[in-house]
Design a protein around this ligand. Sequence first.
Ligand code: INI
Length: 166
Amino acid sequence: MPQGGFSAEHGLDATGLRFAIAVARFNAQVTGPLLEGCLGELRARGADEGIDAFEVPGCFELPLTAKVLAESGRYDAVICIGAVIRGDTPHFEYVSSATAAGVQQAALETGVPVIFGVLTTDNEAQALARVGGAAGHKGREAALTAIEIARTIRALRGRTSAGART
Ligand code: INI
């Protein structure tokens, strides 16, 4: 564990943190379970009152939505949830790379953590394996990442509470 940092081994506590979740409707058979897992993990760790969820058509719409949510000043972290599944056209590459770059850009431009809870897989079976199947649950992982980085950024800024909630 780095000096002065946090360790997830000690348990992540989401009490008092506020989260926005932007979830894509495209491939809803995957993004629905991703969202459920994410919500379940956040609530299990105490964020019950502090979660707002917003639906968007597809992953391509996630970055701007995340940026607007981050700019609102209401959230300690924004979680983007989506699933890009490879088809027979280059569309997959455009959507997945634009989404990844845009999500990162939203975080860097706003200073608010924006989590990439977006699956990019070759087929639906690979995606479903990542929502509670053999390959874990990426929705739960996104929630844990959001809690950890929200706590880290808050500590680095020397804040004791989210400034936007006053
Ligand atoms: N959106 C997704 O979330 N996942 C996909 O796999 C996908 N594919 O493959 O096309 C997808 N396309 C829609 C895109 O995100 C936008 O909603 C659309 O292009 C309108 O901007």
